[in-house]
Design a protein around this ligand. Structure first.
Ligand code: IPM
Ligand code: MG
Length: 375
């Protein structure tokens, strides 16, 4: 019955995490920060290919700030699958220490080994970083003006099925159990972030997405608390949906334009945002912001595509997603004009460069050259 002790430990850890959440609110005021340090993590697979292009674009966009040392672009090494396996650590301690010295991060995709890979059971680096840096809001915009689609997903980023995803228990050869965690503070802060965004953008509609009819304790709590937070925003129209029908709604052309802002627990947010990104033109086109009180990390929403590397076509990876993430990062630190400039240049490149993910299309470098031609 060793697992009963493990479960006690898990519960104690979650209680301690909630206590930490209650006391942490160290927001950074970027206007008052003398030097903003942007940590850049290449990642692995196609990561280095697309991050290299993002660096070229940022070096150009921020050349004055880099020259005057208002901003530093700092390479963070060591978050590669090889180093992580060699060190048997999801995020090696020295790498995490370097990361914590930065204000914000731009991160390429990192590979998560699966059970079949026959390597140590290391957790996804994304999940570890989101937890270690307490990046509770995963914000993913999907914008398709010609289809009248303007969606922003607020995915809870530190709880749900992900909080203990690597800590499930194999009770016996016959039974495995995983855990799902929902907390009051964890839910309220993601709901508040979503409603604040909706409010400051003209009271956009907010939709809560759960499976509260089945996951009664966790999703039930999530749903109740979102409605509780909604009471502070009486001018906002709120509704709620189960995740299965929401997956259908997104491809229902009759109604999908009515949706604006979504609040979702972690796993549903993961799945629904890939679907939404596909509607926009593929996961290669969508950026993602992981935002906490102290830190923020910006990344592509897709993985490291190891198959593109083994097939020898990594150079054809689409850097749009990481460039979109760069745009979100610039907006986060208050560089709105530069973010707008990048957005226009990115739209131009998307309209003029055909990215297919193989040699029938353009390379990442050719795409970034096109972006740079408009900056
Ligand atoms: C994402 C990714 C990650 C997730 C993986 C890489 C762990 O799919 O950012 O959506 O599941 O959150
Ligand atoms: Mg995902």
């Amino acid at each position: 019955m060793e697992y009963i002790k493990d479960f006690e430990k898990i519960v104690a850890e979650q209680i301690a995490r909630v206590e930490r959440m209650k006391i942490s609110d160290e927001f950074v005021d970027f206007e008052k920060t003398d030097k903003i340090i942007i940590g850049i993590i290449d990642g692995d697979g196609i990561g280095p290919v697309i991050v290299k292009e993002a660096k070229r674009v940022l070096n150009e966009l921020l050349k004055d700030e880099l020259a005057s040392c208002k901003i530093e672009l700092r390479n963070i090494d060591g978050l590669t699958i090889e180093n992580r396996i060699a060190r048997n650590a999801t995020v090696p301690a020295d790498v995490l220490e370097e990361i914590k010295k930065c204000h914000i991060l731009l991160k390429g995709p990192t590979t998560t080994p699966s059970k079949a890979d026959n390597v140590p059971n290391i957790e996804s680096a994304n999940v570890t970083l989101r937890r270690e840096l307490d990046l509770f809001a995963n914000v993913r915009p999907v914008y398709i003006p010609e289809k009248n689609i303007d969606w922003v997903f607020y995915r809870e980023n530190t709880e749900g099925e992900y909080a203990l995803g690597s800590r499930g228990v194999e009770i016996s050869d016959d039974i495995s159990i995983d855990f799902k965690v929902t907390t009051t503070d964890g839910t309220k802060r993601i709901a508040k972030a979503a409603f604040e965004y909706a409010k400051s953008n003209g009271n956009k509609n907010v939709s809560i997405v759960t499976k509260a009819n089945i996951m009664k304790k966790t999703d039930g709590k999530f749903l109740d608390l979102c409605y509780q937070v909604a009471k502070d925003y009486p001018d906002i129209k709120v509704d709620d949906w189960y995740v299965d029908i929401m997956a259908a709604n997104l491809v229902n052309e009759q109604i999908r334009s009515n949706f604006n802002v979504f609040i979702l627990p972690n796993l549903y947010g993961d799945i629904i945002t890939d679907e939404a990104a596909q509607i926009q033109g593929g996961v290669g086109t969508a950026g993602s912001a992981n935002v906490g009180a102290r830190y923020a990390m910006f990344e592509a929403i897709h993985g490291s595509a190891p198959r593109m590397v083994s097939d020898g076509i990594a150079d054809y990876a689409n850097p749009s997603s990481i460039l979109k993430a760069s745009e979100m990062m610039l907006r986060h630190i208050g560089y709105t004009e530069k973010a707008d400039k990048l957005s226009v240049a990115l739209n131009y490149a998307q309209a003029n460069k055909r990215m297919t993910g193989d040699s029938s299309g353009e390379t990442a470098t050719a795409f970034a050259d096109c972006v740079l031609s408009r900056i």
